[in-house]
Write a protein that binds this ligand. Structure first.
Ligand SMILES: Cc1cc2nc3c(=O)[nH]c(=O)nc-3n(C[C@H](O)[C@H](O)[C@H](O)COP(=O)(O)OP(=O)(O)OC[C@H]3O[C@@H](n4cnc5c(N)ncnc54)[C@H](O)[C@@H]3O)c2cc1C
Length: 382
């Protein structure tokens, strides 16, 4: 597989890197401490075309490729992991399903505003009682005449507090199992769409995570996204793509933690010389760098398979489980390189460690990624 970047991809990566270094990195500690949504920075990302990168030009986007998206996600997440997930949700979990499954009217109504950053989206699949077992939806959709009436609770919804539009998954007929599940596009200013609670979290504190209560939410029939009874398919397809974004987020966090540890190892002296001269430290840096490179290759492979419209579900699960666990290991080692300062809030190492942890959980836990991979390799080999 050819992995050289085009000049457009390199330019995009460099633009995202510059923005992350100038606008995100200097503010990331404050965003984390204050836990406030970085609205101005998200607007800046939108101005660079990063909020709906793969949306087709016909729908108001710039139609970039999946690898460009992964490159930009790595850079933005290196600057601010919260900004990374805000961007990832809008691109992967909102624009992508609307573009893939939406009607022409839905695409025209939503994609130009989402791609330009005028509007922000969220994706609501998880519930208080079910996350990994996504088929066990209890959020109820009832068709009354020409109106869908939705009632239920959704949990952990990223961008939930700020979003203008929500891709919502709900159960119409549980007796049909996954074939009873529908997907909808919901304007969040509709009566019955209630942000019930904002969660306090370990990391990615500047991205909102909300419980959404759906209270007699009444939707017209054209709010249905994709075919009736195919909502589970919409959700699973969406997550296959989303995992590439989260893997790239994990990679960006890991790379930033590694680079800071590497630089510190040259500045900090112990026993009369930089700690970077010690083989113990060098071996940690060597392992960190090797795992980061390996994660990047898996991510690029998954991105290319998605771009080629190949079967990328296994590749994106491999990229996600590997990159997220690399991110956890690398940020753990980065604290070790910093010693006591790594444990202090004076340095960003502890933030990277907290931010990395979520990548092993959302858009499918590591255990769920391994289930996806195992099912695939048992059926098709490698
Ligand atoms: C900060 C944050 C943001 C999120 N954003 C969103 C969002 O925007 N939209 C959305 O819909 N959801 C979102 N989520 C939800 C997230 O996707 C779920 O938390 C995740 O899928 C796990 O579900 P759960 O929390 O219910 O854990 P559970 O499913 O209860 O899992 C608990 C444990 O059991 C394990 N487990 C469960 N089933 C199996 C199995 N079959 N085999 C092996 N192990 C298993 C899990 O791996 C895990 O270790 C977010 C979560 C967080 C924390």
């Amino acid at each position: 597989m050819e992995f050289s970047l085009t000049s457009e991809q390199m330019m995009l990566r460099d633009t995202a890197r510059e923005y992350a270094r100038n606008e995100l990195l200097p503010n990331a500690a404050r965003f984390d401490a204050e836990g406030v949504f970085p609205g101005a920075q998200v607007k800046g990302m939108a101005e660079l075309g990063l909020m709906g990168m793969m949306v087709d030009e016909a729908h108001g986007g710039v139609g970039m490729d999946v690898l460009s998206y992964a490159l930009a996600m790595e850079e933005i997440s290196a600057g601010c992991a919260s900004c990374g997930v805000i961007m990832s949700v809008n691109n992967s979990l909102v624009c992508d399903p609307i573009e893939t499954f939406g009607s022409q009217e839905q695409k025209q109504a939503w994609l130009p505003k989402l791609a330009s950053g005028e509007q922000l989206g969220c994706f609501a699949l998880s519930e208080p009682g079910t996350g990994s077992d996504a088929a066990a939806q209890t959020c109820k959709a009832v068709l009354e005449g020409d109106t869908w009436v939705i009632n239920g609770e959704k949990n952990w919804i990223t961008n939930g507090a700020e979003a203008d539009v929500c891709v919502l998954i709900a159960m119409e007929d549980s007796s049909k199992g996954v074939k009873g599940i529908n997907a909808y596009i919901v304007p969040t200013d509709m009566p019955g769409f209630v942000v019930a609670k904002n969660e306090k979290k370990l990391g990615i504190k500047a991205s909102s995570t909300s419980q959404i209560s759906l209270q007699d939410l009444r939707l017209p029939t054209d709010a249905l996204l994709g075919e009736r009874g195919k909502g589970f398919n919409v959700a699973m397809h969406t997550l296959d793509g989303g995992r590439i974004g989260i893997a790239a987020q994990a990679l960006g966090i890991a790379r930033q933690a590694y680079e800071e540890a590497r630089d510190y190892s040259m500045e900090r002296h112990a026993f009369g010389a930089p700690i970077g001269n010690l083989q113990a430290i060098q071996f940690m840096l060597a392992d960190m760098a090797t795992e980061i490179e390996a994660a990047r290759l898996l991510i690029w492979q998954a991105a290319m398979l998605k771009e080629q419209k190949g079967n990328y579900g296994r590749a994106s699960a491999m990229a996600k489980v590997y990159a997220s666990e690399v991110s956890a290991r690398v940020t753990h080692k980065a604290i070790q390189v910093f010693g006591g300062y790594g444990y202090s809030k004076e340095f960003p190492a502890e933030r990277h460690f907290r931010d990395a942890r979520i990548t092993e959980i959302y858009e499918g836990t590591s255990e769920i990624q391994r289930l996806v991979i195992a099912r695939s390799v048992l059926k098709e080999g490698i």
